[in-house]
Design a protein around this ligand. Structure first.
Ligand code: ARG
Length: 270
């Protein structure tokens, strides 16, 4: 586990520097003021804008044209508690951290794992959930465990969502180690489609989305052995004054059972 973690550190460092640089070009004015100024009804409240990638059930996904899920509801609960209007900006996952860095959004929640590399460009709140990288295969796959992917002489095609921790882990431990190739997709669902048609041999993705994708698609299963565990948190701009108030709100929402209620609504105990 240590080794994987060290590996992501190196990989994500390069990436987060690249995204930070990419984001430097366009730094809009303070988003909260902006959103308020052109908001439809003028409540006089500032707006808290959430950047997310609504392709990741049960954390964020579309239901009847509306973005729902654990992150969407926790963010809304935080905004309500702190007295902000609330707005969601949906984007590809790869754009979430740059949106925070550039100030396009105030907070990022996207089942976002705390990594040291990301911490170079954004701050994170306290963690509100945990995730585990899981491996999805076809039911008749000859890949039986994570060890099969990491074995000497292994040569598999692994599907991931681009710039996720699943991408970073497998890039280091499989692609760079000469044990296979990594195919990167904008969405986890696209990686799943590639698995179904045999373009990749497995998909590495967080456990709860993995369960949702397997439940929604015939003929797939999740391997028993897991890849790496992670903490999810909310990303904010470096040294944002919002971090302390959001941590306080999170603490209260944990203590009064709101977060547990939201999680239980979306993740049924097995
Ligand atoms: N936990 C992983 C990461 O932080 C994957 C998150 C993907 N989230 C999403 N909304 N697609 O890299």
């Amino acid at each position: 586990m240590k080794k994987y973690l060290k590996n992501i550190l190196a990989a994500t460092m390069v990436l987060s520097m690249a995204t930070a640089l990419a984001a430097c070009g366009s730094a809009p004015a303070d988003n909260k003021e902006d959103a308020n100024a052109d908001g439809a009804e003028n409540s006089g409240k500032q707006t808290l804008t959430l950047a997310t990638s609504a392709d990741f059930p049960p954390y964020e996904f579309y239901e009847g044209g509306e973005i729902v899920g654990i992150d969407a509801e926790v963010a809304k609960a935080i905004a309500d508690k702190l007295g902000y209007e609330f707005k969601i900006e949906d984007m590809i996952f790869d754009a979430v951290i740059p949106a925070i860095v550039s100030g396009k959004a105030d907070i990022g929640m996207a089942g976002l794992t705390i990594t040291e590399e990301r911490q170079q460009s954004v701050d994170f709140t306290d963690s509100y959930a945990t995730g585990v990288q899981s491996v999805i295969v076809k039911e008749d796959s000859d890949i039986k465990s994570v060890d099969d992917l990491l074995a000497e002489g292994a040569n598999h095609k692994v599907g991931v969502q681009t710039t996720t921790t699943g991408d970073f882990f497998t890039t280091d431990d499989i692609e760079k180690a000469g044990k296979g190739t990594v195919e990167r997709y904008n969405k986890g669902a696209d990686a799943i489609e590639a698995l179904k048609v045999g373009k990749v041999d497995c998909v590495v993705i967080d456990n709860e989305p993995a369960k949702a994708f397997v439940a929604a698609n015939e003929g797939l299963k999740i391997l028993d052995t897991q890849y790496a565990s992670e903490d999810y948190a909310i990303a904010l701009g470096k040294n944002s004054e919002l971090t302390a108030e959001i941590n306080q709100a999170l603490k209260e929402l944990k203590e009064d059972g709101t977060i547990k209620g939201i999680v239980d609504k979306y993740i049924k105990a097995e």
